[in-house]
Design a protein around this ligand. Structure first.
Ligand SMILES: [Zn+2]
Length: 345
């Protein structure tokens, strides 16, 4: 049994833009399930709001000012599907602060591993833009905090949300110290994340994209983890593993057509846990992204916490009813060809 920090705050319910899939009930369902489960080793940790200085390591000051002004003027939409309520600016700072708090718990030795159950999510938010339900890029802000405050250099961000984290990619695309690796359904919002998007300049090769077709499920994710993520992680030698933990790839999720089960998510988190143990003294923090079916979300977060705490996960929802195997061999081969430096020898 390992000690796991579970970061949550009831104020995460206060970002409320009405009828919307990214709704307060998401984290309320997670918090209730975690409390009911009462896993030994999992202990609650309270976040504090991120400071402007912490946020501005990732975002422009204009972006922050814009969000603050929209919230102060009563809220409103920043793109077709991303909105703020009057309290959303403060909640976004608390979400970024939650990712920071979870990462600090791991890096200070307060916990072995951590899960930040935050919202609004973050991985579509770029340096100067809010998008796709995301206002501030929580996982990116946590990565920069790990470098600035804890002196780390190499951070691996593994993104298993069903959507491509175009915001995270944009933040780090020229940075060889932060390796961003994403498995995502394609075609799907936001339309980025092709294999040929590999980073730019000094960061070339440090963005790894694995787009997968609708119907991709547990067995295919296992193959991609073992044949792409494992060799890349081992060669990169991170000092911290962060995960953009999105659960909208669950077969019950209404926003995507992936076929991942709760058991599949627990397996993935278990592998990230094992690699963190092997490569960086176990330092692993998961930051919540998407997941829009409340039952699937709560069950999958619980199963992830079980994996983090070295407990057996349970899967009350089972596997998808009609899963057909997807051939991911060609996409794996293409990724390995484009990123041949990671796979040599
Ligand atoms: Zn998503």
């Amino acid at each position: 049994m390992a000690s796991v920090a579970f970061v949550y705050h009831p104020d995460y319910l206060k970002h409320d833009v009405g009828e919307h899939p990214e709704r307060p009930a998401r984290v309320a369902a997670i918090a209730a399930a975690v409390q009911r489960a009462g896993y030994p080793g999992v202990h609650p940790v309270e976040p504090v709001a991120a400071s402007p200085e912490q946020v501005e390591r990732v975002h422009t000051r204009q972006h922050l000012t814009r969000l603050r002004q929209i919230a102060a003027s009563g809220g409103g939409y920043v793109d077709l599907d991303t909105a703020l309520s009057p309290t959303s600016y403060d909640v976004a700072l608390l979400a970024a602060g939650g990712a920071i708090r979870a990462t600090a718990a791991v890096l200070s030795g307060e916990a072995r591993r951590a899960f930040a159950a935050v919202r609004p999510p973050g991985h579509h938010a770029g340096p100067d833009s809010a998008a796709g339900f995301c206002l501030l890029n929580n996982v990116a802000i946590a990565a920069r905090e790990a470098q600035a405050t804890f002196g780390l250099r190499r951070v691996l961000i593994a993104d298993f949300d069903a959507h491509h984290g175009n915001g995270t990619q944009a933040v780090f695309e020229e940075d060889p110290d932060v390796l961003y690796i994403s498995i995502h359904e394609y075609p799907l919002y936001p339309g980025t994340g092709a294999v040929r998007e590999v980073g730019r300049g000094a960061g070339r090769g440090y963005t790894v994209n694995v787009p997968v077709p609708a119907g991709t499920g547990d067995a295919e994710y296992e193959r991609i983890f073992e044949e792409v993520l494992a060799p890349v992680a081992r060669r990169f030698q991170p000092e911290l593993v962060l995960a953009s933990a999105g659960y909208d790839g669950h077969w019950l999720d209404p926003l995507t057509l992936l076929d991942v089960s709760t058991t599949g998510f627990a397996w993935m988190v278990g592998r990230l846990r094992d690699w963190a143990e092997e490569l960086c003294g176990g330092k692993l923090t998961l930051v919540l992204e998407g997941g829009y079916n409340l039952d699937a979300l709560a069950a999958s977060v619980l199963a992830s916490l079980a994996a983090l705490a070295d407990l057996p996960p349970s899967d009350p929802l089972g596997p998808p009813h009609r899963h057909r195997p997807i051939e991911v061999g060609p996409i794996i081969a293409e990724v390995r060809r484009v990123h041949s430096t990671w796979f040599r020898g």
